[in-house]
Design a protein around this ligand. Structure first.
Ligand code: FDA
Length: 367
């Protein structure tokens, strides 16, 4: 009998398994997919680490988390500097002096601020009623029209005027010539891909792939004293309070017979007409020099049960339903719920590692 059955070989499950193993506990890790790593999984194609479930750039402000992941991998110096392609016009992201210079020809922060302020005032919005008004009241009409509107409408599958304003509370606007997307102290991509990190974390555990927890729930639960569950919480409770909703994505990956397709790892297509939101060219995450290249087009998609759940829709209705499931989960004695699906929360990688380490401390009563 194992000490823990861990449902899900993603980052949460892997960190938990590693830490439990260090404390002399035995773990059986199962995953319904045919690989470990969950959504951070990278697969090698043409010598390039391909981010199979969307671009994953590690970033954190926490020294502790950074030191922790560096035990499992060496990180390269990749700095996320996405660009926007609006009908062939190229702009730097996040919105910064390079963007403003290209848009308006302004060179100084003062001129850029004035321009934004003029547009904000001209729009005359005092109490934004929807996402469009919110965005315009934050950054003015030009940035909204070229860089926000189309992208957001594709992302959410509806008009920006029908979307609630709370989706964008803030927008990253920077009055320096700095194209670094993240403000965090540390960032990079693991050399050898994320799979190598997860392999190291899971080295001491037994792993069974292509196993869906719900196909043999009772049997599986009898194989361990406790369960760490990182799947969807509503499914665990057989959807008794209703289905939690997500946005989904569809990825189209292509190998191209050229060495450099777009000159950058991430290019966002911010017009409404291009059906995908962005193209990832994976080799640029690792400064690859291969003869071929691999690109992935990312298409946002309406989610329906059975589809891959990517982004939780944390609106009032879903959050209320989640709270009911959470109350059930909190009352469980031998099941630990963790990770993005079991807590119905968008987590970045550093956050999910932090959450797993907290769960470990709680479980082993170390704090
Ligand atoms: P994850 O989903 O990875 O793992 C859960 C595992 O459980 C899966 O492998 C699943 O198959 C398995 N499972 C579920 N139900 C099961 C069942 N019934 N039986 C057996 N197995 C089951 N973060 C970041 O820091 N930088 C970034 O750039 C990005 N980029 C990014 C892009 C996109 C498109 C998304 C959606 C997310 C990101 N992230 C990110 C976030 C990152 O993906 C996230 O933090 C981790 O993958 C979360 O790890 P978990 O272990 O919680 O879930």
């Amino acid at each position: 009998m194992y000490d823990y059955l861990i449902v899900g070989a993603g980052l949460f499950g892997a960190v938990f398994a590693y830490e439990a193993g260090r404390r002399g506990k035995t773990c059986l890790v199962i995953d319904k997919r045919d690989h470990i790593g969950g959504n951070v999984y990278t697969e090698e194609i043409e010598g390039i680490q391909v981010h199979k479930y969307g671009a994953h750039i590690f970033h954190t402000n926490s020294q502790t988390i950074w030191d922790y992941v560096n035990r499992f991998a060496e990180f390269n110096r990749y700095t996320n500097s996405p660009i926007a392609n609006y009908k062939g016009e190229i702009y730097n992201l996040p919105f910064n002096m390079n963007t403003f210079n290209k848009l308006w020809g302004v060179a100084s922060p003062k001129e850029a601020r004035q321009k934004i302020e003029e547009q904000r005032l001209a729009a005359g919005i005092t109490e934004p009623q929807n996402l469009e008004e919110q965005a315009i009241s934050l950054v003015g009409t030009d940035i909204y029209e070229k860089l926000i509107k189309g992208y957001t409408e594709k992302q959410w599958g509806r008009s920006a005027r029908e979307l609630p304003s709370f989706i964008i509370k803030r927008l990253p606007v920077r009055f320096t010539y700095d194209n670094n997307y993240f403000n965090d102290r540390y960032q990079g991509i693991p050399v050898g891909g994320y799979r190598a990190i997860i392999e190291k974390m899971l080295a001491g555990a037994d792993i069974e792939l292509n196993v869906d927890f719900f196909a043999a729930r009772d049997e599986l639960m009898q194989r361990a004293k406790k369960v760490v569950y990182t799947g969807m919480i509503d499914q665990y409770y057989n959807y008794r309070y209703g289905v939690l909703e997500y946005r989904s994505l569809h990825f189209e990956t292509k190998v191209l017979d050229e060495s450099n397709f777009q000159g950058n790892a991430v290019v966002n297509y911010t017009d409404r007409e291009t059906p995908y939101t962005r193209i990832i060219e994976h080799k640029h995450f690792e400064f690859g020099t291969q003869d071929k290249t691999v690109i992935t087009e990312e298409y946002p998609k309406e989610w329906k049960p059975g589809d891959e759940p990517y982004y939780p829709i944390n609106n009032e209705k879903n959050n209320e339903i989640y709270q009911k499931y959470k109350a059930l989960a909190d009352a469980e004695r031998d099941v630990i719920f963790g990770g993005r699906l079991a807590t119905y929360k968008y987590y970045d990688m550093h956050q999910v590692i932090g959450a797993a380490l907290t769960a470990v401390e709680r479980e082993f009563e170390e704090k």
